[in-house]
Design a protein around this ligand. Structure first.
Ligand SMILES: Cc1cc2nc3c(=O)[nH]c(=O)nc-3n(C[C@H](O)[C@H](O)[C@H](O)COP(=O)(O)O)c2cc1C
Length: 210
């Protein structure tokens, strides 16, 4: 089984990266491969709201950059980690641009991520960790993914790159998350062909202003 983890920090090996690594270590102990994709240092523009992905139905965003390759990585993975530093009490800008575009594409193309396992990880100096965690979880919830939990919200504290390694509670949160994620992934894998998946309902859009 494989997990793809998206590092939304501009820092390649900053605190977000170390948070991912702590979760990844537990996944790897259970034989799950982990690939880390560095999103935060790329030039990813935001969604154009052109609805090209809705019209084309080809699993692609019309903008030509790394996002389409990352969508395919998510499609091929069994599990997905969305990780971001806190920037102004929210998701880092580049990561947000990626998530808006990628998850719009995956949701309008027959729920491509449905029943994959997904978790969020946040690195923060002081404040804004939980709102950012909630924002990342919105993408996972919208996609009918399955979310493992930890023994707290998945936030780790530190400022300078690597400082999170001193956050003992944060380290446990990431460790427990990794263990629970591996376990959930194994449950899903072992249930395939044995436990029937519920029907994939067509999404109803009932707008308030018609
Ligand atoms: C533009 C910017 C905005 C930030 N905003 C916040 C914030 O709102 N709250 C906070 O506690 N830390 C804030 N920080 C600090 C980072 O969240 C913190 O240093 C984090 O560990 C960085 O993770 P990284 O090393 O993966 O980039 C901000 C940092 C930057 C660069």
């Amino acid at each position: 089984m494989k997990v793809v983890a998206f590092n939304g920090s501009p820092n390649k090996e900053g605190n977000t990266f170390h948070g991912i690594k702590m979760v990844a270590e537990e996944l790897q102990k259970e034989g799950i491969e982990v690939e880390i994709v560095h999103v935060g240092n790329k030039a990813i523009r935001g969604c154009l709201a052109c609805n090209g992905c809705v019209r084309n139905q080809n699993e692609k965003c019309v903008i030509k950059d790394e996002v389409n390759e990352w969508i395919q990585k998510m499609k091929q993975a069994d599990g997905i980690i969305l990780a971001s530093p806190v920037h102004y009490a929210s998701i880092g800008g580049t990561m947000k641009s990626f998530l808006d575009r990628a998850f719009y594409v995956t949701s309008v193309n027959k729920s491509m991520l449905r029943h994959k396992v997904g978790a969020s990880v946040v690195a923060v100096r002081r404040a804004g960790g939980v709102p950012t965690f909630d924002q990342l979880n919105n993408y996972i919830n919208y996609s009918e993914m399955l979310m493992p939990s930890s023994n707290y919200w998945n936030v780790i504290n530190g400022t300078a790159p690597g400082e999170v390694k001193q956050d003992e509670e944060g380290k446990q949160i990431m460790r427990v998350l990794g263990k629970n994620m591996a376990w959930l992934m194994k449950l899903v894998e072992n249930g395939k062909g044995k436990v029937e998946e519920p029907e994939n309902e067509d999404k109803i859009f009932y707008n308030f202003i018609r």
